[in-house]
Structure formats: C-alpha cells, structure tokens
Design a protein around this ligand. Structure first.
Ligand code: PMP
Length: 526
C-alpha cells in the first residue's frame, strides 16, 4: 500500500546499521531479566521519535500506537514538552528536592487542580508518591485504610492496578483475603450471559448483595477501586449508569470510591478524566502515566476530609521529579487548551466505526470496543462460530445454581422482576450492545500473529485482555486524520494476512459487501 511503503524504512538498510540493531537486541536478551515484556513482542531498537513515529536503529519507521502503554498523550517529544524540560534545565533549578515546595511543583498543582472534576477541585489534597502508577495505587489504599480504620478493598474482575504487592492483590489475576472481587460489567463476555443494561444491573446488584449480606464473607471495606475503562483487562468501558450505581452504593455505605485513572486520564477516553462521562465524583483519584508528560510521575488526589495521615505517614525519596512536573504541566495545559479530549472522542468514534466495518469482514474479530482513543479489537477463533451459536447458555460463573447462596437468590429475584427497573444506559460508551450471543473462544495466538504482522507493516500495537487476545490501540491524542487512516490501513492488512495464513484453503474472510471491496480501501479508511 502506498502509505505503508512511504513510511516504511524498507529492507535496504546498510549491513552495519543492521548489525548494530541486531547486536543491541542480542545483548538485551542475554543480559536483561526474563521478566521483560514489551521487548519480547516488539524487537525494535528505538533511536529517534517524534509524535506518532518511532525510528529504529535499523532505519525502519513505525507508527506507535502503544504510546508508552498509554503515557504519551502528546506523542513522542512534543515541542511544548521539550521546551518545558529545557526551561527547567536552563534555569539552574534543583532537579531533586524530595517533597519540598518549588515554583515548578506549584505550577503543576495549579494546572492539575484546574482540570479536576468540579466536585473534587474545591476541596482536594494531592499527595506525591513514588513515581509509578502502582505507587499511587498503594498510596490510595493506605490513605483509605488510615481514614476509615478498615482494611478490606473491593476490586473488580479483570482489573489491573500495578505490580507492587497491594496493587497486585487488587488486580484480576490475584487471590487475597483483603481484597473482595466483584463482577465488572462487560457485554461481549458478560459473566451473567446477558450483557448490556441487564448485565450491568446484575453486576451492580451483586455488589450490593455482597455488601449488605452479613454472611457474604466480605466485611465492610476501606474502599472500592475501579477503572472507568479497564485497559489491561481488554478495553472494557464501564457503563455510565453502572458507574453512578457504584458511586451511590459506596456513598450510602461510607466507603471511599477510588478511581484509577492511571491509563484513562488526560483526555484519553474523550473527556479530561474518564469519570466525567458519568458525572461521578470519586473520593480518591489515582493518576500517573500522561500526567508526567512522558517522564515518571504519580499522585493521588483526594477529598481533604480523608487526609487522616500523620506527617511522614507515606514518605519516599523520589517524589519531587522537577522535569516530570514541568513536562506534565505543559502536557495538561496543552490537552486542555487544545481541547484534545473532544478530539479523542470524535476521532475515536470514527475509528471504532471503521473497525466495526472490519469486524464485519473478518470472522476472527469477535468484538470492537473502546472509548475515545482507547480502542480494543478482540481476536477470536473463527472456526467455531457456528458451533458456538448452537450451544445452550453458559452457567453463570461465580454463581452456584445448585446451592442456596445469595447468588441464586439474586438470580431468582431478577428473573422474577424482568426489566422493571433497568439501569441507565451506558451513554456514549462505544461497546457493543448486550445480546444473547455467545462469544467465540479467545485466540491469543492469532492476536500475537496480528501484532507481529502489524509490526512488519510498521505499526506498533499492544496486546491485552483476560486472554491476551485483544489488540489495543492507544495512539497519541495529537494523531492526525491521515495518520489514523494509515494505522487502520496497516491493521486491516495485518488481519487480512493472518486470516489468509491461518485458513489457507478455507477462507474465514466473510463475503465482502458490494460497497466495500478490498481494492477500495479509501472507502472505509476515510
Ligand atoms: N493502574 C492502571 C489502570 C494501569 O493501566 C497501570 C499500568 N498499565 C497501573 C495502574 C500501574 O502503573 P505502573 O505500570 O506505572 O506501575
């Protein structure tokens, strides 16, 4: 494709350049931990970057839709970020100041508070914690435990909050007595088999039942943590009505609500903070990634009456990164002044509808969902489509239909009630609507193949989701229409290549509608 070729460095790089690149990769695999992650799926050696584009040591150029796992709201090396960093360096200001006050920090807090949901901005406190998202999650748990005198945390299936002990406990793969796990609403793989409003309502009632049943095994918790859109969990936007229910349920029971906006913040989902879609004001917000303008920075922002901490209750050496604060101030201001959240909403919904067109064409795309420029394409096994459609409804995970626990009572009550008091619709959330359809099995190997084919075409994408089968797009909010077209163009080509490869002999590509022939890509990429 013309656009792909023009951006690709091609294979004609000199042998010396290639061997530098290969040598670095060889030494990396010999010397770095087996725990390295992105480096395994993306064997590239970035040497230069600007905006959406990364250039590798081998001279190849890539469109980067990983964006530092959603960190780079303005893409790589945005001029306003570079200027802010240079200004601090040239001013002679100290770079390391623990948690002392500085003009750079003062400006950052002013800009941050400027962006906060109005219900929080007027009486907010900010705590600078260690520099990663996971540090802010730990700080949030510690804060609500100190404020409430309770220990337990409510978290959701599929959640991801980080890799330090407390954050890991609250993430979906863990088991811990201090964390009670609740169902997160989702349409495509709804734990109740219904999706949509009904699935969200069942999830909310399960939460209420766990909290109000004295024998649920879950004591009154110190806080509830949720992601307004689950990112690592597979790009699952929470319905706005469900968000409001969680706010009501927690407020009624004096449980602080913690919104983890590490990945969803700073315009990514189409509003400055993702909680704004539902109008929910959380008690604590966990912020990192984009707030540091590409440098490490994490904070919690919380209602001042939760500030029960004693001096030194949550200390640490690296809490005053002046360069990150300056880069962060520039980023927050740029996103706000240039209305990049609105831009993310508008471009995101266009990309989603174009991707849905693609899903209609390839049987290996099971679902397309997202909000703003946080987009997921779930890759599934194409072969079992027909068999799956004929299977009886699955039993509800987590609910024992043979026993007499609260789950069964809840189900019976809901079956009797029918749709009498369905919750608010998930306004604006661009998920597929809930249906009775049965999701096809996740296809992590196919997803890896799609990621690899994308890379061959000069496109960097992330994989996520419960089964690592969701291709994730997190482009910078500054991406142009033409670049978005090039991204979708390459992704479509990659899916096509994988589908052909997988099925050599019996195609899984659905018949292409008359108006959308493969030789007329501009039709959908436009
Ligand atoms: N919370 C969420 C929602 C995240 O997506 C992540 C990272 N992907 C974290 C917390 C942890 O952030 P970090 O990797 O900086 O520790």
């Amino acid at each position: 494709m013309a656009v792909t070729e023009s951006l690709r460095g091609g294979t004609s790089e000199p042998a010396g350049v290639r061997s530098v690149h290969e040598g670095i990769l060889r030494r990396q695999s010999a010397r770095e931990s087996a725990a390295r992650t992105y480096a395994r799926a993306l064997p590239i050696v970035p040497v230069r970057a600007r905006g959406l584009t990364i250039e590798g040591a081998d001279g190849r150029r890539y469109l980067d839709c990983l964006s530092g796992a959603g960190t780079l709201a303005l893409g790589h090396n945005h001029p306003v970020v570079l200027e802010a960093i240079r200004k601090v360096l040239d001013s002679g200001a100290p770079l390391h100041v623990l948690d002392l006050a500085t003009p750079v920090k003062d400006a950052f807090i002013t800009e941050l508070f400027h962006t906060l949901p109005p219900g929080l901005a007027g009486h907010a406190r900010v705590q600078f914690c260690g520099p990663a998202g996971t540090d802010a999650v730990e700080a949030a748990f510690k804060l609500v435990r100190a404020a409430t005198g309770r220990t337990g945390i409510l978290a959701f299936s599929g959640a991801y909050h980080g890799m330090t002990a407390g954050a890991l406990e609250a993430s979906g793969g863990a088991y811990d007595v201090r964390v009670a796990r609740l169902p997160y609403p989702q349409d495509y793989r709804c734990p109740f088999g219904v999706g949509g409003e009904r699935g969200a309502e069942l999830a909310a009632r399960w939460t209420e039942s766990v909290l109000d049943d004295p024998k649920s095994g879950v004591p009154r918790p110190a806080g509830m943590i949720l992601e307004p859109v689950q990112g690592e969990g597979g790009v699952i936007p929470a319905p706005d009505g469900w968000m409001r229910r969680m706010r009501q349920i927690t407020a009624d029971r004096s449980i602080p609500l913690i919104a983890d906006e590490v990945q969803t913040g700073v315009g990514r989902t189409g509003s400055f903070w993702a909680v704004e879609h539902s109008g929910v004001t959380p008690d604590v917000m966990v912020l990192s990634k984009a707030i540091g303008g590409s440098l490490p920075l994490a904070v919690i922002v919380y209602r001042d009456d939760l500030d029960a901490w004693q001096p030194g209750a949550h200390a640490g050496t690296f809490r005053g990164n002046q360069l990150a604060m300056a880069a962060g101030t520039a980023t927050l201001a740029y996103v706000r002044e240039n209305r990049l959240a609105e831009r993310a909403a508008e471009l995101g919904s266009r990309m989603l509808s174009q991707l849905r067109g693609l899903a209609g064409e390839f049987a290996c795309i099971g679902d397309v969902r997202g909000r703003g420029l946080m987009i997921g394409v779930e890759v599934v096994e194409p072969e079992t489509d027909r068999e799956r459609a004929e299977e009886p409804p699955a039993n509800l995970p987590g609910i024992d239909r043979t026993g007499s626990g609260p789950g069964l009572e809840l189900l019976a009550a809901l079956e009797l009630e029918g749709d009498r008091d369905a919750p608010h619709q998930a306004e604006g959330a661009a998920t597929a609507q809930g249906t009775d359809r049965h999701p096809r099995p996740a296809a992590p190997e196919l997803a890896v193949a799609v990621q690899r084919e994308c890379l061959r075409r000069g496109l960097i994408v992330e994989l996520g989701g419960r089964h690592s089968s969701v291709v994730r797009l997190l482009p910078p909010l500054t991406i142009s229409d033409e670049q978005a077209d090039a991204v979708l163009d390459r992704l479509a080509d990659a899916v096509d290549a994988v589908s052909r490869d997988r099925t050599a002999g019996h195609p899984t590509r659905r018949p292409i509608p008359q108006h959308r022939r493969s030789d007329d890509r501009a039709d959908w990429a436009g």
